[in-house]
Design a protein around this ligand. Structure first.
Ligand SMILES: NC(=O)c1ccc[n+]([C@@H]2O[C@H](COP(=O)([O-])OP(=O)(O)OC[C@H]3O[C@@H](n4cnc5c(N)ncnc54)[C@H](O)[C@@H]3O)[C@@H](O)[C@H]2O)c1
Length: 255
């Protein structure tokens, strides 16, 4: 029970890594605010938590909208009275295209949701954590933000921004009890990636082969890393990035 008596909040909690993180937070003892752009999917996750004996609320918010993000934190406070752990996970992929073909609208949407959304979430989460004198935030970034990703310029640029923002935020609040870290997932078996695999024959096998473990990850494997970073087992860890990637960054070839 890593998060016993804590309150957690997860954006994009209606699907994939966000849903797994919300369920893991609850299994580890936290009460959870499940936030999503789609209220129905957030409600499904909250129902799953309740059915397993936990406590959860579902909140509808678009993380790109300041008023909705502020309300998301207020609703969490109204329901649970505090906020200890936040996982800022919601993102917009932006599609696949060479950067010369990217429409300005797609570029802007990726920056608004994936990068500005993380800033807005922290803007409203951090003050509450400072009031409490403690709190932990994990932003979900991507290896695309470290090494780039062909055909994903808006997404890669936004995720690189999330990593820089995470380190900046960690530096600003390290002395006041708020730890802020990032997780870089490798290829994780979520609806987003499975939808892509369904459209591109052989893509799943090719993606799996880029990982040293020669497999994709499961959402729960990312969720466990998030729960650890949010927990009191990680009290001297801030401003870092944990790669949960089956060894995608190591060369899988052997001589
Ligand atoms: N799946 C992977 O292989 C992979 C790899 C690297 C990084 N990631 C990152 O992990 C995170 C989760 O990805 P996933 O694969 O679970 O995606 P997903 O599409 O399964 O889930 C994303 C959730 O975010 C919600 N969402 C989207 N825009 C939103 C908004 N503006 N406001 C609130 N909620 C919004 C969606 O409704 C959805 O429920 C993302 O940040 C993604 O970039 C995923």
């Amino acid at each position: 029970m890593l998060l016993q008596d804590k309150v957690g909040l997860v954006t994009g909690g209606g699907s994939g890594i966000g849903r797994a993180t919300a369920l893991t937070f609850a299994r580890d003892g936290a009460r959870v605010a499940v936030v999503d752009y789609h209220l129905e999917t957030a409600q499904e996750t909250a129902d799953m938590i309740r059915q397993a004996g936990g406590e959860a609320i579902a909140v509808r918010a678009n993380v790109a909208q300041p008023v909705e993000v502020e309300a998301m934190v207020e609703q969490t406070m109204a329901a649970f009275g505090r906020l200890d752990c936040a996982c800022n996970n919601a993102a917009f992929g932006g599609g696949f295209a060479p950067l010369t073909d990217v429409e300005e609208k797609s570029w802007q949407l990726a920056q608004d949701v994936t990068l500005k959304g993380v800033w807005l979430c922290m803007k409203y989460q951090v003050p509450q954590m400072l009031t409490q004198g403690r709190g932990a935030i994990v932003n979900i970034a991507s290896l695309s933000g470290v090494r780039g990703e062909a055909l994903q310029a808006p997404y890669s640029a936004a995720k690189g921004g999330v990593l820089a923002l995470t380190r900046t935020a960690a530096a600003e609040y390290a002395q006041r009890g708020v730890r802020i870290n990032a997780v870089n997932p490798g290829g994780i078996r979520t609806p987003a990636i499975l939808n892509y695999f369904a459209q591109v024959p052989g893509a799943e096998e090719r993606t799996a082969a880029t990982h040293a473990m020669r497999r994709l990850g499961e959402p729960e494997e990312v969720a466990d890393a998030v729960a650890y970073l949010c927990s009191d087992r990680a009290t001297f860890i801030t401003g870092t990035t944990l790669d949960v990637d089956g060894g995608i960054m190591v060369n899988p070839h052997t001589l």
